[in-house]
Design a protein around this ligand. Structure first.
Ligand code: ADP
Ligand code: TRP
Length: 321
């Protein structure tokens, strides 16, 4: 199966991104054909500082490689290095009814929250459809908020195919049902827009400071504690195996330890978990030209697929003559 995913370089990656999207994709590399790209054109709708966008793009690429994206097994590139996607974006615009975009939840939510609306925010799903269709993608693993965008890509592809024959593969979304939403420090869904994130690669002292902010119940030290709804426990369990989990539950039930102890424990297991990834990250951080080389190789691979699709599209719509 060909799986495709795009990651916006719009801020530091957090552990919600890791468990909800990065890890499932990295784990899938052995049995699937993974196409993953850094969606820098998409991030322009939220990052207007050019220098910052360039930095975030390299940072996201460095993080992904450190976390196990394998450029030998998978195709990994930066969106803007495969320009054919912009041509397809324009062509698809003529197959995208205004009403389809006007019904977009993401656009409606953002404008309702007072984010200034502009054309790129509105037409964002058309570019996402181009990303998907230009790579003949079959499965798009997404969070629930992105399902509608994949459905729009399907609608646009069906409309195009109805007029021009079977040019596009019709994609399907896949929601990782077994990956629960990772809670943030305040217990809501972890999200950079809520200011409640725990970074993957934060500096040690800062990580501890963030973990100490996790909201917990106010129970006396000696009392037994509830673990099921405890935000610290619910994050810690992502890093523990069955027996470690039972051990932690026993500590909650026993009493005699406060949430401060559990927070320290969480900080430690998280730090240990990411240690090998941090080491790999340090290598790439010091060898950014290697990262650029890998991205270039990925773009070359991705372009093979993009060119074959765009040629068929051009010919179907009469752009090549
Ligand atoms: P954010 O909400 O921080 O802006 P994004 O919307 O950029 O994150 O999400 C990128 C990917 O990470 C998506 O696939 C999304 O489903 C996943 N993801 C983000 N936050 C979480 C979370 N708290 N739990 C599980 N997955 C998440
Ligand atoms: N819109 C996605 C997000 O905000 C990122 C993205 C862009 C994407 N193009 C894509 C995801 C294509 C999957 C497929 O998370």
């Amino acid at each position: 199966m060909r799986l495709l995913t795009g990651i916006q370089p719009s801020g530091d990656l957090h552990i919600g991104n890791y468990f909800g999207s990065i890890k499932p994709m990295i784990d899938a590399q052995d049995d699937n054909e993974i196409f993953a790209f850094i969606a820098n054109y998409h991030a322009m709708s939220s990052v207007s500082d050019g220098k910052r966008l360039a930095e975030l793009t390299m940072q996201a690429a460095t993080d992904f490689l450190a976390l196990g994206m394998d450029p030998q097994k998978s195709t990994f590139w930066v969106q803007s290095d495969v320009k054919e996607v912009l041509e397809l974006y324009w062509i698809l615009s003529s197959y995208t009814p205004m009403g389809l975009l006007e019904r977009g939840h993401s656009y409606k939510d953002k404008t309702a929250r007072g984010i200034a609306s502009n054309h790129s925010l509105f037409s964002y799903p058309v570019l996402m459809a181009a990303d998907i269709l230009i790579m003949n993608s079959e499965i798009i693993p997404v969070g629930k908020d992105q399902i509608q965008h994949v459905e729009m890509a399907r609608d646009i592809a069906v409309k195009f195919n109805n007029e021009h024959g079977d040019i596009f593969v019709i994609p399907e979304h896949r929601v990782e049902e077994n990956v629960k939403t990772v809670p943030g420090t305040d217990g809501q869904k972890m999200s950079k827009s809520y200011g409640n994130i725990i970074n993957i690669f934060g500096e040690e002292k800062k990580q501890l400071k963030t973990i100490k902010k996790i909201v917990t119940e106010n129970v006396a030290l000696e009392e037994p504690k509830e673990f099921e709804n405890c935000n610290v426990y619910n994050i810690a369990k992502l890093y523990l195996n069955e027996s470690e989990l039972l051990e932690l539950q026993a500590r909650y039930k026993r009493g005699g330890e406060g949430h401060g102890h559990f927070k320290l424990f969480l900080a430690e297991i998280m730090w240990d978990y990411y240690t090998p990834y941090r080491e790999k990250r340090a290598y790439y951080e010091n060898n950014q030209d290697d990262v650029r080389e890998i991205l270039k190789m990925g773009a070359d691979k991705a372009r093979v697929s993009a060119q074959s699709v765009i040629e068929k599209v051009r010919s179907a719509v009469g752009i090549s003559y």
